[in-house]
Write a protein that binds this ligand. Structure first.
Ligand code: HEM
Length: 499
């Protein structure tokens, strides 16, 4: 953990955004690029612009990553691209469309740069490429400002282009292949590159005048390479065929090793293997200070929205939802679970019947609510199927007694702590709030701390309350600290009135 949030919580959040594609408990992230030709941008006349979110997302990741410098350890995938919108090469809608769409999923758990990385993975999966070959990881840290490196533009010389990629860790052959992989999707737009694309591409349903790189701009495949090698279809696209020789950057790259690299990826499976590998490397190129998590894979069983509560008599209970991700095996009507207290498992408890379903690239999801009292203090885990979650019943937030006022943005936070550890210490609440910053659409997570004061007792516990007005009421994570020791974190979305 680098920001007081557990690594497991971050990884499970990434898993959730990646796996819960539609239906209950979905943030709709992956659906934005479903189908691959979809556009979720914010420009007026959006559907007629000739834009494609999947292509934008892949290009944003590239422009973010390529300013990285391995020798200084700075840059790479760090969302610095948000500060670089006005630079040559960054014309058009793609950066701000992408960052704006991803803002709701930027939290203390998941940085904008983690979102950008997932955007590449989701795009490839929805555009017909691998859904299991490029693995999500978390832990990227967003930059505070623009990077010093440059983005190659069509007029950049071959030498300078190769030097820029080299600084980011990609050699000549990697550079050629990565560019062909990227240019399998999307278009060059007249609005951004009027010397490259003919104005005749601008029509009422293609307002930005997009000319595709290949005949299948919404399929991630080797068509771009084959049309280039065979002189068919789009013949490699506008950066091969541009009227001005200086604008033919893809052609210069492809011939720089006598087409050896493009020929090596002309066969579809070779293209997919190579691009999968290079995209993984691209999104995992991060500042030296960042440690990425292990790869995240879809979880068959998990719990979400876990929360503890306490009655006036001091009885502690645990509730939440259990999720099963399944393909063919029909899920059971209920799920049984236990809690562990002082090393001993409780008798098996039974969840309620299912409360909802969802769909996923990886199958179907189904959720069961559960709610039961705990042996407390002393309960240390929740267990079901093959999975265990840590439980801390000595210090915990009370989401069902905490409130969010989404019109005033005031959040009232209530928490409980064992009286034996609470006396003589102070409790502090922390809200991790996405906050606007100058120079980029990306929000920065800032901590609002609040003093908590005790307002009563319940059994073995002392109850605390505090409140703060924050700059927005969504995408907030909360925790409490008692004498320097932190509670488990929760999303304020599960508070009363939370959104
Ligand atoms: C020498 C290197 C490169 C140059 C000079 C270059 C240049 C360009 C240009 C001029 C466009 C058209 C933008 C517009 O008019 O909207 C474009 C589009 C695109 N590029 Fe590149 N590119 C390079 C490498 C890459 C790489 C390595 C990737 C990804 C790994 C990539 C991904 C894309 C994508 C997906 C689009 C389509 C965007 C859309 O449809 O909105 N490019 N590129």
């Amino acid at each position: 953990q680098t920001n007081g949030i557990s690594l497991r919580d971050k990884m499970e959040e990434m898993e959730h955004i990646w796996v819960d594609n539609a239906g209950i408990n979905s943030d709709g992230f992956v659906n934005a690029v479903t189908p691959c030709s979809n556009y979720v941008g914010f420009a007026s006349d959006a559907t007629d612009r000739g834009e494609q979110s999947s292509a934008q997302w892949v290009r944003v990741a590239f422009h973010d990553f390529v300013t990285g410098n391995l020798s200084t350890g700075l840059g790479g995938l760090d969302a610095s691209v948000g500060f670089e919108v006005a630079r040559p090469g960054n014309e058009g809608l793609f950066i701000n469309d992408t960052l704006q769409f991803m803002l709701p999923t930027v939290t203390a758990y998941l940085s904008m740069s983690d979102n950008i990385a997932l955007g590449v993975i989701a795009s490839v999966a929805e555009c017909g490429g691998t859904s299991t070959g490029i693995l999500p990881k978390v832990g990227r840290i967003d930059a505070d400002g623009a990077a010093s490196g440059l983005v190659p533009v069509p007029a950049t010389s071959l030498e300078n282009t190769l030097a820029q990629f080299e600084a980011a860790g990609f050699d000549q052959s990697d550079t050629i292949a990565l560019t062909a992989c990227g240019h399998s999707l999307g278009r060059v737009h007249y609005s951004n590159n009027p010397t490259i694309v003919n104005e005749s591409y601008v029509t009422s349903t293609n307002l930005d005048g997009g000319e595709e790189f290949d005949s299948t701009p919404a399929v991630f495949d080797s068509t771009v390479v084959n049309e280039y090698l065979n002189g068919t279809g789009q013949r490699g696209g506008p950066l091969v065929t541009a009227p001005l020789v200086a604008d033919r950057s893809d052609l210069r790259l492809y011939v720089s090793d006598d087409n050896a690299t493009v020929e090596s990826i002309s066969e579809e499976s070779a293209f997919q293997t190579k691009c999968t590998n290079l995209f993984q490397r691209m999104i995992d190129t991060v500042p030296a200070a960042v440690t990425l998590s292990d790869p995240i894979t879809p979880m068959t069983w998990k719990a979400v929205d876990l929360m503890l509560d306490i009655s006036t008599a001091g009885v502690v209970s645990i509730s939440g939802l259990i999720r099963n991700l399944y393909t063919t095996t029909a899920p059971p009507d209920t799920v049984s679970y236990t809690t562990t207290s002082s090393g001993t498992n409780s008798t098996a408890q039974t969840s309620s019947t299912t409360s909802g379903n969802g769909t996923s690239i990886f199958g179907s999801t189904i959720y069961w609510p559960f709610n039961n009292t705990l042996n407390s203090p002393g309960t240390t885990s929740l267990n079901f199927e093959t999975i265990t979650y840590p439980v801390d019943d000595t210090l915990f937030i009370l989401p069902s007694q905490s409130t969010v006022n989404s019109s005033t943005n005031e959040i009232v936070l209530r928490a409980a702590a064992l009286t034996s550890s609470a006396s003589g210490t102070t409790m502090t609440g922390v809200f991790y709030v996405p906050t606007s910053q100058t120079g980029t659409i990306t929000k920065k997570i800032t901590n609002t701390t609040l003093e908590m004061s005790s307002y009563g007792t319940a059994g073995n516990y002392t109850l605390f309350e505090g409140s703060a007005t924050v700059s927005q009421s969504t995408s907030i994570v909360a925790k409490v600290l008692l004498g320097g020791v932190g509670s488990q974190t929760v999303k304020t979305k599960i508070f009363v009135g939370g959104v």
